[in-house]
Design a protein around this ligand. Structure first.
Ligand code: NAD
Length: 377
């Protein structure tokens, strides 16, 4: 029997609950879908708070080595303190492995609650640039010497007058960063036989960052015309929308949208907003891709107030695992997991987050939901 080695970061807060509810589903699905030809060997690794508690680095060397070695990882949510404390380990992981594409499929299936009249129209893949923009983490706290230095520089050299008590952040978006992201995402859209690509930006206001993102993404799309002699451009339409309009459009006309290419910050906001159309963060999976490594993780965070209570929804994590199996060529395993989830939800077996969106549905705990999916593989 062949062994598939998968590093697993269970994560903080509700991460352990979700991992415990999901583990057997992955193991069983691999064995069943491959007819006993493959099995999983988990490599448990840590990052963030748990690593700090062990007096280690936020991202220990053994975690980095395991992920590099296997070229992938499955990851639960990691807590980031707001305001002070350490910087996001999620962002750090994306930077250290140069995971420049974040992919978040927003797909409604029967049984999921939705605020929309026709939720079946929602089948959108969000691609979010993952390494640049304000998420690059270049910022200086108000009142510090560093912030004063930047404020003085802007005043003396650039003629820009800022309030002296300003905090400062920098928003870098590069041509090379945008184009590699656009190329990866358009290639994926072609592989997935998608029909419309929409570039999302706030280029009317931030002309040289978001506006340039739009221009460079169009440039990349244009190269397909030359390379493929009319093959791809005839079948895929490329257009663009200003970000604020996009938030309205995904609610009012979701059927018009198929693949969205977003800069980092807009993509982050839009993923959570779109998750609300298909039941919420508990069912929204995701993956981060670079040239050498891919990390699969749910869209949601560690929801600390629910940690250890066995009530949150493991679906987003389980579906992220299904994306991992698609990625390593086990599409049958991914499909088996997705069908198991769909059947469970269609039979009205749901956790609290979905149950409260219906009338008279009693929620099951996180662990019980996992056990029910396992039965339906
Ligand atoms: P969150 O995603 O943890 O929670 C937002 C809302 O969604 C809450 O109401 C929560 O109860 C609900 N929710 C989240 N996961 C759910 C699930 N599986 N099932 C049902 N409901 C669920 O976001 P937050 O409260 O803004 O952040 C909490 C912590 O998570 C912060 O430290 C933040 O930095 C971190 N975070 C991590 C990631 C990541 O690891 N990739 C992503 C987002 C936030």
């Amino acid at each position: 029997m062949e062994t598939i080695r998968i590093p697993i970061i269970a994560g903080d807060g509700t991460g352990e609950d979700i991992w415990n509810a999901s583990r057997e589903i992955f193991e069983e699905a691999v064995i069943k879908s491959t007819g006993n030809a493959k099995k999983i060997e988990w490599i448990p690794v840590i990052a963030g708070l748990k690593a700090l508690e062990r007096n280690d680095h936020l991202l220990p060397g053994e975690t980095v080595d395991a992920i590099t070695d296997c070229a992938l990882a499955l990851k639960g949510p990691l807590t980031t303190p707001v305001g002070g404390g350490f910087r996001s380990v999620n962002v750090y992981l994306r930077q250290i492995f140069d995971l420049y594409v974040c992919m978040r499929p927003i797909h409604w299936f029967k049984g999921l609650p939705s605020p929309l009249k026709r939720p079946e129209a929602v089948d959108i893949i969000i691609f979010r640039e993952n390494t640049e923009d304000l998420y690059r983490g270049i910022e200086w706290q108000a009142g510090t010497d560093d912030a004063r230095t930047v404020i003085n520089f802007l005043k003396d050299k650039m003629g820009v007058d800022l309030k002296p008590d300003s905090g400062i952040g920098v928003k870098p978006i590069s041509r090379s960063g945008t184009q590699r992201f656009a190329r990866w995402s358009i290639d994926a859209a072609i592989r997935m036989k998608r029909r419309v690509i929409t570039i999302v930006h706030k280029g009317n206001i931030m002309k040289y960052t978001e506006g340039a993102f739009r221009e460079w993404a169009y440039e990349t799309a244009g190269t397909y015309k030359e390379l493929s002699a009319g093959d791809v451009p005839d079948t895929i339409e490329v257009n663009d929308r200003i970000a604020d309009n996009m938030f309205m459009q995904v609610i009012s006309r979701p059927e018009d949208y198929d693949v969205l290419l977003c800069p980092n910050l807009n993509g982050d906001y839009l993923s959570d907003a779109c998750a609300a159309l298909i039941g919420g963060l508990g069912v929204a999976p995701g993956a981060n891709f670079g040239d050498n490594v891919a990390i699969f993780e749910p869209t949601h965070g560690s929801a600390p107030k629910y940690a250890g209570k066995d009530i949150v929804n493991p679906t987003s994590f389980i579906l992220s695992g299904a994306m991992l199996f698609d990625h390593i060529g086990l599409a049958g395993t991914g499909e088996m997991i997705r069908r198991g989830i769909e059947r469970t939800i269609q039979e009205g077996i749901v956790t609290y987050d979905l149950a409260r969106q219906f009338e008279g549905v009693k929620p099951v705990p996180c662990s019980e939901f996992g056990a029910e999916v396992l039965k339906r593989l």
